[in-house]
Design a protein around this ligand. Sequence first.
Ligand code: ZN
Length: 852
Amino acid sequence: MKNRRLITFLGLILCLGLHTVSAQSDYFFPANARFDPKIPTPEQFLGYPIGTLHTRHDAIVGYMRELARLSDRAKLDTIGETYEHRQLVVLKVTSPENLANLDEIQAAHVRAITPPIQEEDLSDQKSIVLLGYNVHGNEPSSSEAALLTAYYYVAGRHAEVTNGLKDAVLLIDPAFNPDGRDRHSTWANSFKGDPMVSDPIDAEHNEMWPRGRTNHYWYDLNRDWLPLAHVESQARIDFYHQWYPHIVTDFHEMGTNSTYFFEPTKPFGSENPVVPRDNYDGLNNLFAGYFHESLDEIGSLYFTKEQYDNSYPGYGSTYPDIHGALGLVFEQASSRGHLQDSRMGKVAFAFTIKNHLTTSLATVRGAVGERETLVNHQRKFFRTAVEEGKKASGGWVFGDQTDDGRNAEFIDLLTRHKIKTVQLNEDITLKGKAFKAGSAFYVPNEQSQYRMVRTMFEKVTNFYDSIFYDASSWTTALTYNMPHERYTGKADLDGKVVDRNFDGSTYIGVEKTSYAYLIEWDEYYAPKALHYLLEKGLYVNTAFRKFGLKTNEGEKEFGYGTLMIPVARQEVNADLVHAFIEEATELAGIRAYSVKSGYSTTGIDLGSGNFRTIRQPKALMLIGGNVSSAEAGEVWHLLDDKVGMPITKVMTSSVGRVDWSKYNTLVLPSGNYSSLGKNTIDRIKQWVREGGTVITLRSATSWAVSSKFVNEKFAERPKRDVPARMDYVTSREFNGSNAIGGSMYMTDVDITNPLAFGYTQRDLPVYRNHSIFLAPSSSPFRTVVQYKENPLLGGYVNKTNLEKLGGTASLIVSGLGRGSVIMFADNPNFRGMWYGTNKLFFNALFLGNMAR
Ligand SMILES: [Zn+2]
């Protein structure tokens, strides 16, 4: 009966119902394949045929470990672990002779691409193939394909495998995102019926918020190869730079009604400006031949060139292109579940796995067949990088004089990407910008990572195209709000090369006092110290005016937002206050100053009413429903990682059970909150009137304005000249060009507003990927961040939108009774790489109730 049901529902994987080794191999593998019977198939190891269940991550690792244990062709490396302590593993597969000499092969390969690159005999060089799978956890077919791919090369006895492995080293990374994968797999397996239900509305095909695409913190790891905000990407990049593969795969799933996609992506419009053209014009077309031949053979439909983006450097298929490799994205129509109806019949999980397996094998075939081309491409890539960098001459100087924490984070990013960075010995002034020795750094152009240097510092505003799948700007120096300037001198600047262990901490310990301590607020990690002190129950005040006075380190000026902790009026004794100050500043890596007198030499005295006591935030964030899991995850990760502060996450479906008296701060990430219902919204409004602070992000801001939660307005919408009649075929291009898809703009910040305390310059780059045009506040004092006229820094925007953006608001605050509503039009925490605007969010959290 069971078999009959499978035949009826699953003609395609009929063979799977027979439960025999050869039947499954027949379905998945080419006819000429022969296997070593001593190596278990995935099915023998797992106890079920591939495609009939979603394989748990620990079982994937278990199978890889078993292959390494049994075979002289394979070795398993653990390269890191996820937040939920799942192992990140790579199975290295090559011929037994190569495996015995793997360290030498690796060293010879890296030497061959390290400048100065000499002419040498390359006939011994191997193709290094990084087969990466399943970065999006709910696109699960690829990890199953990884199991079959590993089996194929470890157990295969036919010539394609045995000869191929002499020329190639396969690095099989079966799951880029194990936490997300298991979240999805558990869902799909839990709802699987017997017989299976292919109806798309069935729960099996519609997983629950936040879904499995993302990692533990709901981040898209296929955007994280550049920002490296997460442990998975950090481990992966370390491994990447040990191997510099020649070819890298990145497998995905798309809509169930689609077919299959392989590169080339859309010509020109989807390409990254620093990648040499021979990648797109040469390698991509060369490999497309391998892919279409193998898919033609199994009768699979596919498309190429029409779409998909290859420009943003944080993609798994683009980052390799900027490292002399060929990065390849593959997209398979998803069965999302085990079997689902589509417009062209049923899509079975096994079928989706088979397609990804087929292109995996084609990738290796191509890597072996085109070995010399790939080796030469990569060597030429790094040789020309150095030549172009030398021709460009000079480099970039950067550094913030007041924020060592942010400097250290930026240096950490540069060094993780192997970008040579030097700490300068002397002060330097470039185009009027002063950089001070100690907090001044230099990145020379002449280095093999020159193209990554361009990625970090150059602004791009010219584009072939107007449709962007994602971001059109990624200038990292701007996301860190890092003061930087081009240095065009011929001679390199002198200094010491910094490495990954660069320590940005300025903590030196502070002398005990019985009067007061001061902590500057312009340090990135000051909120971490503040949170610690509030947790310890100390009264901490913030300065609403500048002042100067004598400290243990001499006369010193202090800016807006400086924390002032008096000693005598605390509820603990002076010894404990001192101990807490030491612990907090050491934890945050910042400095505290002690004073013996509150009498200032300039500005306000320490007893002034312009010092106001900070309320400890008791924060709650709504999640679930239509709330953006990405933005919610960014807030959650920011507070965990950068502040060490807990935030209560409440599903919108549970909001009726909230005891609002326990909280004073509510975070609303993008979403439409009308679905909460009038009673709940009225309850929240009442809570704000009694003193609560609401922080809205992006479309939540839009909701607050349009639902009249606050009395603010949108700016007049841009009107575009639209011809009365246009050709149908141009509609996508025309509509796309009106969207604002991930670009950077310059704003003016009112640095005297508590929401901007800690900023020392009025210029601040922000990120915009939406079309919300927020009018300045009805009060002249409450537009904290405003777009400058002609504000574009980088990325694509059309002329009409750009003209209308000038003068609109990026951040405003509105009063409501005794409370305040803080409205971000732009997301200050985007992708964990906007260190520059994070401080606005920290201020909203800690000082938001004083901002109105
Ligand atoms: Zn994907």
